[in-house]
Design a protein. Structure first.
Lengths: 485, 221
């Protein structure tokens, strides 16, 4: 029941908003629908905690502690982003950047995007997972180009083609997976692509085929994660689209893509009995962290800056999942949560800051703290949080990942530490003059919604000092599912 | 389940035709002809699916053949032809690598693909050994086409040709994916084309051309 609601609310919402999404009250309707989705996700989470993993809809949907936490997170950030987007999009309309027709497209696609991510997370079928991931790309392409500026069209085209090709490779990987599974599970049933069945027989799957399949799946879904060197679309798509979309792309879609990679890794690792998948993940992870850290220095646009920071964090998470084991997987899951909350909070603040300054260039944004202390402090706190300053949660997860790396993969620790230091210097040096100093920003016609920002940051702070025991148990259960012993 | 004598050869013929069409697309610069070649590739794919469906008696393959016919032979080419007329883009500009060079790279890709598919093809009990190698070749050749072309429409045709290759791969390795997945993939492709249609008009409105060199200002600074 909860599952049906969880998927039905955003889907019907997309249809509904396709009709009325341009009206004056549409932003409120968007919030209500997102709230409904969040309530359904909460109920589903409660049930999974109480009853354990669920299989529904002729085994097509599977909810276990691993994906249910991502479902809850996705629905939560979906709700807060809808809250943020309400005044944000009104300001954009007042500034004349979008029309009512485009607002309708925006609202409808926002709900559709949420629906595709939730399908990707809940499905048990590796084929449907692929379909939902592709649909998630398609629903956001036209949002990236919402402003119709030359740069946004270029970003949209890049996003479409790179992710389209990437995901086509993932489809080939899925075909190979099916090919291997069919030998064990039989072609007649449709069970050969169901993750639960694959997981049960993963030891018998043909290793040579799975090895090749994993390469394709990793490159395919890795494109969506934004792993270097497949990350080209990510900064453009984040920078040129409307800010609520940057927030959900960075905070949610990247997580969903990592989720897909991890699901595949569990299967392949079980079949290969070697460290090949782990090494691939660690390699891609480290390369992404290093590359993003150094490219951060060359950014002038604030949204691009934080987009590169997302690549860096995705690299850290991928590396941690690659290391495997209980502690590293726990840390990776925690990092996914805190990164998602912090980064979306940062995008909320950055969105309003850019509206106030009338520009996304960092040189044009100055002295936020004098005219609007909440935005200024929000940006400062968010930046400190994402840079891993204690006592925020990002510190806790990065600390766990680095200490585990010292023990298990000592070669990587200095590389990661240096990159984190470089990233710290790059981002902090840029943000500091934006917050303090002489001001040049104007007032906004609608009061910004800053509640989501501080709610997110408060949760991240809480995770830094104290993870509630039931949440910790939940993470541990999830880590046990994905990280092996 | 084994496919005996003559129909095996017929399937091999279809596979060879797919590869040939891929090469033809690689060197074709007239966009209308490119769309026709794509439709032809879809038709060969459809015929191969029908043959396989008939010989193996797998009901769902008939459905996917029908899907191929509807989508790839009729639907998408029709959509593309309409787009070409509306947008008035008929010729691809000079490709980034000249035709002879592209062909050479293409040949290397085919050799590489067969090498890649070798270990898997040995495990395949279903169809011919060469089919999987050809599927990989078609995918990678489409990839090459997307890299070397400048016009947005040719890149999209490359994308669809890649889809054909994927589909052929799925069919030759496993008699096609489960129906629900195949339907989903088809739906995605269809939606992708519609999104692209909208997108092209946006590009054109903005730049007055579909040449992608306009879209090269965002770099990693």
């Amino acid at each position: 029941m909860e599952l049906v609601l969880l998927l039905a609310i955003p889907l019907t919402g997309a249809l509904l908003l396709a009709v009325v999404g341009g009206r004056r009250r549409a932003p409120e309707l968007n919030v209500v629908l997102s709230a409904g989705t969040f309530v359904a996700a909460g109920a589903l989470t409660a049930r999974v905690i109480a009853e354990g993993s669920l299989l529904r809809g002729r085994e097509q949907f599977y909810i276990d502690p691993f994906n249910v936490f991502l479902i809850a997170l996705t629905a939560f950030v979906g709700l807060t982003t809808a809250l943020f987007s309400r005044p944000y999009m009104r300001v954009e309309m007042d500034h004349g950047r979008i029309t009512a027709g485009r607002l309708r497209l925006y609202h409808s696609m926002y709900q559709l995007f949420m629906a595709t991510m939730l399908v990707a997370l809940t499905t048990n079928n590796m084929g449907l997972l692929w379909v939902a991931m592709e649909a998630a790309t398609l629903s956001t392409v036209l949002l990236v180009t919402l402003y119709r500026t030359p740069a946004s069209l270029e970003a949209g085209w890049k996003y479409f083609i790179l992710c389209g090709v990437g995901i086509a490779l993932a489809l080939f990987g899925t075909i190979l997976l099916y090919f291997a599974a069919e030998k064990v599970l039989g072609a007649e049933g449709v069970t050969a692509l169901l993750w639960t069945h694959l997981d049960a027989v993963k030891g018998q799957l043909e290793p040579t085929v799975l090895e090749l399949a994993f390469v394709f799946l990793l490159v395919g879904y890795g494109t969506k994660v934004g792993l270097a060197p497949l990350h080209n679309w990510l900064p453009d798509a984040h920078a040129e689209g409307p800010t609520p979309i940057s927030a959900v792309l960075s905070g949610l879609l990247l997580n969903v893509a990592i989720y897909a990679v991890v699901r595949c890794k569990v299967l392949v690792e079980g079949s290969l009995q070697s460290s090949f998948p782990s090494q691939m993940l660690m390699g891609f992870g480290v390369v992404s962290v290093v590359m993003a850290a150094f490219l951060l220095w060359r950014q002038r646009d604030i949204k691009r800056l934080f987009a590169y920071s997302s690549i860096e964090h995705m690299g850290i998470i991928t590396f941690a999942f690659g290391m495997g084991g209980a502690v590293a997987s726990f840390a990776a899951l925690l990092h996914m949560t805190v990164h998602s909350l912090t980064k979306s909070a940062i995008f909320f603040v950055v969105g309003h800051a850019a509206q106030k300054a009338g520009s996304q260039l960092m040189d044009d944004i100055r002295g936020l703290i004098t005219t609007s202390p909440t935005i200024g402090w929000g940006l400062m706190a968010g930046t400190l949080a994402i840079l891993g300053v204690p006592p925020f949660g990002v510190f806790a997860s990065e600390f766990l990942i680095l200490t585990t790396a010292m023990r298990e993969q000592p070669w990587a620790t200095p590389i990661l530490l240096v990159s984190l230091g470089v990233a710290f210097a790059a981002i902090f040096g840029r943000v500091q003059p934006m917050v303090f100093g002489e001001t040049n920003v104007r007032r906004l016609p609608h009061p910004p919604a800053l509640l989501p920002v501080f709610a997110h940051l408060a949760i991240v702070l809480l995770f830094g000092v104290y993870v509630p025991p039931y949440l910790a148990d939940w993470y541990r259960a999830a880590a046990g599912l994905v990280g092996g012993p | 389940m084994t496919v005996p004598g003559w129909d095996l050869q017929l399937l091999n013929l279809f596979a060879a035709l797919l590869l040939l069409l891929s090469f033809a697309m690689l060197s074709q610069r007239r966009i209308v002809s490119l769309v026709n070649l794509l439709a032809l590739q879809g038709a060969v794919l459809c015929a191969a699916t029908l043959l396989l469906a008939w010989r193996t008696g797998q009901g769902h393959l008939y459905l996917s053949a029908a899907l191929t016919l509807g989508l790839k032979v009729v639907g998408l080419p029709w959509l593309l032809h309409r787009l070409i007329r509306r947008l008035e883009v008929y010729w691809e500009t000079e490709p980034l690598i000249n035709a002879a060079g592209t062909m050479m790279v293409g040949l290397l890709i085919v050799i590489f693909s067969f090498g890649l598919a070798q270990p898997i093809a040995e495990l395949a009990s279903t169809t011919t050994r060469s089919a999987l190698g050809i599927a990989v070749s078609v995918i990678l050749l489409a990839f090459l086409m997307m890299i070397t072309r400048r016009k947005a429409l040719s890149q999209v045709i490359g994308f669809l040709s890649m889809e054909n290759g994927l589909f052929f791969g799925a069919m030759s390795a496993t008699y096609g994916m489960p129906m629900v997945v195949e339907l989903g993939v088809a739906l995605d492709v269809l939606v992708a084309m519609l999104v692209l249609g909208v997108f092209f008009f946006q590009i054109r409105e903005q730049f007055d051309s579909l040449d992608l060199h306009h879209l090269e200002s965002l770099r990693e600074r």
